[in-house]
Each structure stands twice: as structure tokens, then as C-alpha cells.
Design a protein around this ligand. Structure first.
Ligand code: SAH
Length: 332
């Protein structure tokens, strides 16, 4: 729903200012599927709104999942499709949102990259993924947001910032900055811009290897922003914000040797604000192989010896391809 257009439409109809606030509040409440259900508006206004606006820019095509993880395939107004995931196993219910249709980065281990880049999502299309889940689980609601769905958020910069405002503002979804996390594949100049925003939003960087030549083979973006430049940007971020920075590291059979652990320790350089999130690689067609249990154990032992702080991320949703790196839409 285009709020600017809505405001001018209501003014044209000579309706008082509070009607706008009322509709916006209804919209963000997650209670309504359509204007027709907003019984606090006159029937006449509801039908006018119906003819001029669509309440949501996303509609459900398919939903799969279980108690802890659900994945929705959502159709956009131009018939493009995205996926969005709801995770319900922590203190807060978390929505994992997409920022683009497809992705341009083509990381070798990620299903989204294999679709190629189709288009950026508009701010409303990002927000509507959360409203979709709120409406689905009402009266429960999404308490945390992670930008870890399809796409590279930092390559959809303006719309990302606009969506963050709507998510964060008290008139919008009113979700606190510290409950929002953004993950980037390592767009170094945007990491610096992000640090300069002075926000408490969490940042994660997909590192996956601290070996420049290998990282280039699995993440083409590493050619544009090499490890040295990436590290500089990350150091700038932690010094500017004094916040922890998370490095995602998917465990494969090719980045878990003792030497890989040493390179990672060297990259982290005992920085007290650098933290590593290990993720056992989720299977993707034509992707890399997950490290065996033994390789994972050995790698973690090496990290212990090298005093690198890390945690091992539990993986959910593999059964229905809803886990990290498994979101794609073309075959569905
Ligand atoms: N483009 C951003 C946002 C995607 S977030 C980024 O790269 O950070 C999705 C996270 O899942 C990223 O850390 C990504 O590297 C990771 N990922 C991708 N494919 C994966 C896979 N097959 N197994 C585990 N993690 C994967």
C-alpha cells in the first residue's frame, strides 16, 4: 500500500486526518486481510479503498513447514515470486525476509544465486513480508527480523533503509533496532556507510573463507572487495559502533582444514567484537559439500586452540528447503 498515495486520496475525499492514521494503524496491526475487514471504516470508504489500493503487495502462493519453521512462497503484484521464512523456536518469533527477487552475487553454495538477479524489492514489499506473517499468526507477532532471505540487502540500499524506517518506527511495525539483523556478503563500502548511520541494528558478514583465492572461487564478490578491504570496513564498523560483528562461516569440506582455521584466526585477530557463526552447509543443487561431522569437530578444535570465539548455528527447515541458502523460486 502506497501511504503517500493513500494520504492524498483521503485528502481528495475531504476526510479528516485521523482516518489516515486509523488506516495506517490497521494496516500495521497484522489483523486484516483486506479493507473489507476494517469494520471501523464506512462501507463506502472500504469499497473506494478496494478500488484504488491493494492492502498488501504480497500474496500467498504456497506455504510449507512445521511447528518451528514455515516457508511461504509469495507472489508480488508483477507476478514475480519471493520466499520468506518464519522461525518459531526462540524467545521471539523471527521472520527471515528477502530484499531482492533473486540475487546477482552468484555464491556457489547458495540456491538464490543460481536464479540470477531479477529485481530489487520495494520498501513496502519488504515490510509486507512481515505483515503477511503477523496476519498469519495473529494474535502472536514477529519480534525479530533477519535480512537473510533472498538477495543482497546492501545492493538494494535505498529501499533497505526505507524499509528499516517503517519496521523501526513507532507508527510502523515498532520493532527495536537491536531486534533487527542484516547480513551482507561483504559489500565493503556499504558496511562503512552502515556504520555511519549510527544505528543499533545488528550486522552479519558472510565470510565463509579467510583464504582470498578460495573465497573468490566460491563468492565472486570477493574479487571486487578483497579480504583486506573487507576487514578494514569491519574494523571501522566495530570501532564506530562498538557493537559485535558476526561472521557467517558455512562449514564445507573445502574450508575446514587446519590451515583454514589459522587463516580465520588471523582474520579475526583476537578482536573482542568479532564473533564467528559456524553454519553446517545446507545442501543445494550444484553447491558445495557439507563438512563431515569429523571435519566439523576438528575445525572447531582448531578454533578453540586458536582462541577464536564462535558458535555453531542450529539449522532448521532443511526438510522443505527453508534453511540458509536454500531459498529459490523458479522450480516451484
Ligand atoms: N546476501 C546476503 C544475505 C543472504 S543471508 C549474504 O550473503 O549475507 C543468507 C546466509 O546464508 C548468508 O550468510 C549466506 O552466505 C548463507 N548461505 C548461503 N547458502 C548457504 C548454504 N547452502 N548453507 C548454509 N548457509 C548458506
Amino acid at each position: 500500500m502506497d501511504l503517500v498515495k493513500l494520504k492524498s486520496f483521503l485528502t481528495e475525499q475531504n476526510l479528516p486526518e485521523y482516518r489516515f492514521r486509523q488506516i495506517v494503524k490497521n494496516y500495521y496491526s497484522g489483523r486484516y486481510l483486506s479493507f473489507d475487514q476494517m469494520t471501523d471504516l464506512s462501507i463506502d470508504l472500504r469499497s473506494k479503498l478496494n478500488s484504488q489500493f491493494s492492502l498488501y503487495s504480497v500474496s500467498e502462493e504456497k506455504i510449507v513447514g512445521d511447528q518451528s519453521t514455515q516457508k511461504a512462497l509469495l507472489k508480488l503484484i508483477d507476478n514475480q515470486k519471493i520466499e520468506s521464512v518464519l522461525m518459531n523456536y526462540d524467545e521471539w518469533i523471527t521472520a527471515c525476509v528477502s530484499s531482492q527477487v533473486g540475487c546477482a552475487l552468484n555464491c556457489q553454495f547458495c540456491a538464490t544465486g543460481k536464479m540470477g538477479f531479477i529485481r530489487n524489492l520495494a520498501p513496502q514489499e519488504i515490510v509486507d513480508q512481515i505483515l503477511y506473517w503477523n496476519q498469519k499468526i495473529y494474535p502472536s507477532f514477529v519480534g525479530r527480523i533477519v535480512f537473510m532471505g533472498m538477495g543482497e540487502p546492501f545492493l538494494n540500499w535505498d529501499n533497505l533503509l526505507e524499509s528499516l524506517k517503517l519496521i523501526n518506527s513507532t507508527e510502523g511495525l515498532n520493532i527495536g533496532a537491536r531486534k533487527i539483523s542484516i547480513s551482507t556478503a561483504g559489500v565493503a563500502d556499504k558496511i562503512i556507510e552502515f556504520a555511519n548511520l549510527d544505528t543499533q541494528i545488528n550486522l552479519a558478514v558472510s565470510l565463509h573463507s579467510a583464504n582470498q583465492s578460495f573465497r573468490e572461487t566460491i563468492m565472486p564478490i570477493a574479487k571486487k572487495y578483497n579480504l583486506e578491504e573487507l576487514k578494514k570496513a569491519c574494523l571501522y564498523y566495530v570501532s564506530k559502533t562498538n557493537r559485535q560483528l558476526f561472521f557467517e562461516y558455512a562449514l564445507t569440506d573445502k574450508n575446514t582444514s587446519q590451515n583454514d582455521a589459522k587463516l580465520l584466526a588471523n582474520f579475526i585477530d583476537s578482536h573482542h567484537l568479532f564473533f564467528v557463526n559456524l553454519i553446517p552447509l545446507n545442501p543445494v543443487e550444484d553447491g558445495l559439500n557439507c563438512a563431515t561431522k569429523e571435519q566439523q569437530e576438528k575445525f572447531m578444535n582448531s578454533l578453540n586452540q586458536l582462541r577464536v570465539m564462535y558458535s555453531l548455528r542450529r539449522s532448521f527447515g532443511q526438510k522443505f528447503s527453508a534453511a540458509c541458502g536454500q531459498l529459490a523460486t523458479e522450480s516451484k
